[in-house]
Write a protein that binds this ligand. Structure first.
Ligand code: HAM
Length: 445
């Protein structure tokens, strides 16, 4: 049997339904803050990810999926002709790089314009070792705001995320909001030197990976999970003590605005995140209990130089992304199973073979008037058809039998109060529309 690729899962109807409602809720919530939807390709030139996420990051160095056309692959393997730079493609490991590329390419933030506030949702691909809550294809819901370096953007976006968590029923006490500032290029280079000296002094107590990072990317030693390294890093110099005056003011303002919005946060000086484009504010949302090592359900931060890194004009930005599958796990860990209540407006039940053609037309007529409708397509007994209607959560059932066909009427059963009434064939759809509209206006019983 051919199964789905390793670490890549099917979203079966219940979960796909929940993903749709999750996205709609996000569009609605973020829309209140001025965010508009955007969609970019799932494949981009590899160079975009190398330049933005960074060549030395795990995501780029170890986790990218290359994408190549069959013909280019054949030419490469059989004729030794490697593809041109623009045909060296990769599946997107995250959304920010592609969105910033689109903003630069289409000049979405002309000089002096208001910031572009964008929201996106879709699959991302990372060739990680699959385990629970760590997949090779996963869905992210993210936002990016480009064109302002104001701390109000950072605080507004974080508050908006908290607002969204409220909408989906994830309570404050089930997660921690960690924040930090990693400064700008100028304050970070002073810090990098101080950290490098500290790491060299303590290299004997650090793991092999951290030793290789001392010269390449010393900041990444801060979030090493090795217990010995964590002991050492406990007393390492803290980035927040090296912030230049402007970066410090920016961070202070973000924190003040979060306090004003009553959003509890934890300052975590070792939070650096695994992508190279960040400057100043970075943050992560981690589930407090029940999810083990893969407890980050979302994260993001500011990236004021990213547009320039891909040859755009200076366009400061801020954004975040949530991992949909991890949010689902977070909800499950506190006993909330993702569920979207679904019902069928009308089920047409047939008590004789002659009724099926009429059932077909009645279902079509209901759908044309905006109702959801279905009937049995497998010639089941009336009892089984009623079971099906219950499984579909049908609100009204239309019965069609020999008497009804002879008399040109139908029998309609309201599945809530089990009342039955005859209605003429001509007026049944109009009457059902009226009854169901009245029901939905008065709300659930
Ligand atoms: P990230 O922290 O790499 O940030 O990913 C965001 C979220 O995606 C994570 O917190 C996690 O919930 C989920 N995630 C990441 N990798 C996996 C995986 N292998 N399996 C399941 N879920 C995963 C970014 O991607 C940035 N683009 C966020 C951002 C937007 N920063 C600024 N703007």
């Amino acid at each position: 049997m051919i199964v789905s690729p390793e670490g890549m899962n099917d979203l079966l109807p219940d979960m796909a339904f929940f993903w749709n409602s999750f996205r709609s809720k996000a569009l609605e919530t973020f829309g209140r803050y001025g965010y508009l939807p955007i969609d970019t390709p799932v494949v981009e030139q590899t160079a975009l990810f190398v330049r933005s996420i960074g060549e030395g990051t795990d995501v780029v160095a170890k986790e990218m999926f290359a994408a190549i056309s069959g013909e280019n692959l054949r030419r490469w393997l059989e004729e030794g002709k490697s593809p041109k730079a623009k045909s060296l493609l990769s599946l997107r490991p995250e959304g920010t790089a592609g969105i910033v590329r689109a903003v630069v390419q289409h000049d979405l933030v002309p000089q002096g314009a208001a910031p572009a506030k964008l929201v996106y949702a879709g699959p991302m691909f990372r060739a990680e070792r699959p385990q629970k809550d760590r997949y090779r294809q996963f869905n992210q819901l993210g936002i990016e705001c480009l064109g302002s370096d104001s701390p109000t953007i950072d605080a507004e976006a974080i508050s908006m995320l908290m607002d969204f968590f409220g909408q989906i029923g994830l309570p404050y006490d089930s997660f921690k909001l960690l924040i930090n500032s990693i400064g700008c290029e100028s304050c970070r280079s002073t810090y990098r030197e101080a950290l490098r000296s500290f790491l060299l002094e303590n290299s004997a107590s650090l793991c092999e990976t951290c030793n290789t990072r001392i010269e390449l990317n010393p900041l990444r030693t801060l979030d090493c999970k090795n217990a010995d390294c964590q002991n050492v890093m406990h007393v390492a110099p803290k980035i927040t003590n090296y912030l230049c005056n402007e970066c410090k003011c920016h961070f202070d303002e973000v924190k003040e605005l979060l306090c004003v919005s009553s959003i509890p946060y934890i300052e975590e000086p070792s939070l650096v995140r695994g992508l190279d484009y960040y400057t100043r504010t970075v943050f992560e949302v981690q589930v407090a209990e029940g999810m083990g090592a893969q407890n980050a359900i979302g994260g993001g931060g500011r990236y004021d130089r990213l547009a320039e890194q891909i040859e755009g004009r200076r366009t400061p930005g801020f954004g975040f992304a949530l991992g949909f599958e991890r949010v689902v796990s977070a909800l499950s860990s506190i006993g909330i199973e993702p569920h979207v209540a679904r019902s069928l407006d009308v089920f047409v039940a047939c008590a004789c073979a002659e009724a099926y053609k009429v059932a077909f037309s009645l279902a079509q007529a209901c759908r044309a008037k905006g109702l959801s409708a279905d009937f049995d397509h497998q010639g089941r007994s009336l009892k089984s058809q009623l079971k099906l209607a219950n499984k579909f959560n049908a609100l009204q059932v239309i019965f069609l039998g020999p008497d009804e066909l002879d008399g040109n009427y139908v029998t309609v059963r309201d599945m809530e109060n089990h009342e039955e009434r005859p209605i003429s064939m001509e007026s049944v759809v109009v009457e059902l529309v009226a009854a169901l509209t009245k029901k939905s206006e008065s709300g659930p019983a």
